[in-house]
Design a protein around this ligand. Structure first.
Ligand code: SAH
Length: 291
């Protein structure tokens, strides 16, 4: 078979797939109070879930306005604790180091890493709106010379090879093929660099994805991977696990509190709670070394 230049042009892939356009549309228009009101508290915008025991006394607050504020602050505290948990696994790092935040959302994770280590950070999101928002936050904080956000595909970032001491995905791996993603992390990380992921995954011991997992996929337009897929794809891409932590139990208080926050619920809360409780879904942290 010969391939003429014309034929090659005819089958050229779009820069972004139809699916990726959908994901970008979702995040470009997303304005859930749970993603905005929590971040307004201290300018750290997290679009992931929380970990740790909740202060349930916030539910007993008699003043309705104050009750709302206290619940919002408590959920933010739990989300922030999750970001700190991930960030602690990236180090040790110095001010000379550079880190890569894959699927960075409105940017909270990169700021947390910079505040902890003084390192430079590059965040990448497929949503132009999110990148713009995150860069504005970095400008307001006066750290835009150290923390930058890019509207790019995390599978093909164009960032320099071997330039990063650490990289991570915080709840963004369910949008992509793991082999393509980990190949890009392995390219960007220097030898001995650290990769960390926190993700929901479906539990292989349960079997195929449960109804709850399918509902979560439909809600977020994502495709949750089985736990086994992570370890296979890491091994294929020079990423060797050094620490694995099942966060399922410690994620439940966040969801239980959120399900009672009438001003913040998105409708997916009960599904997460039953998926975690029935064992079909797990919340996992994996830290790996780039060899
Ligand atoms: N890590 C962030 C946001 C998680 S939400 C946080 O912890 O707050 C999921 C993010 O993945 C969104 O920002 C979305 O734009 C991003 N994303 C999904 N597919 C992507 C892709 N192919 N390339 C870059 N970002 C992507």
């Amino acid at each position: 078979m010969t391939t003429t230049p014309d034929a090659a042009a005819a089958v050229r892939l779009p820069a972004q797939s139809v699916y990726q356009n959908r994901v970008a549309d979702y995040w470009n228009t997303e304005a859930n109070p749970v993603n905005l009101e929590l971040g307004r508290i201290d300018g750290l915008y997290h679009h992931h879930y929380g970990v740790g025991e909740a202060d349930w006394s916030v539910l007993d607050e008699p003043d309705p306005g104050l009750r709302r504020d206290r619940i919002t602050a408590e959920l933010h505290r739990l989300e922030h604790a999750q970001a700190e948990l991930l960030t602690a696994r990236l180090g040790p790092l110095s001010t000379a180091d550079r880190v890569f935040d894959a699927g960075c959302g409105r940017g909270g994770g990169s700021v947390v890493a910079h505040l902890r280590y003084g390192c430079e950070a590059d965040g990448v999101t497929i949503s132009a709106k999110q990148a713009e928002f995150a860069n504005e936050q970095a400008r307001k904080r006066g750290i835009d010379d150290k923390v930058r956000y890019h509207h790019r595909n995390m599978l093909d970032t164009g960032l320099p090879t071997g330039a990063f001491a650490a990289s991570w995905n915080n709840e963004s791996t369910m949008y992509v093929e793991l082999d393509l993603l980990f190949a890009e992390h392995a390219r960007l990380l220097r030898r001995g660099g650290r990769y960390v992921v926190i993700t929901g995954c479906y539990n292989d011991t349960y079997g195929r994805a449960s109804r709850e997992v399918s509902l979560i996929n439909a809600h977020y337009i994502c495709d949750i991977h089985p736990r086994s897929a992570y370890f296979r794809a890491l091994a294929r891409n020079r990423l060797v696990p050094v620490h694995v932590e099942d966060l399922t139990e410690v994620a439940l208080p966040y969801w239980e509190l959120r399900s009672r926050a009438d001003h913040l619920v998105t409708g997916i809360e009960e599904t997460f709670i039953s998926a975690y409780r029935n064992g079909s879904f797990q919340y996992l942290l994996i830290a790996a070394d780039r060899v």
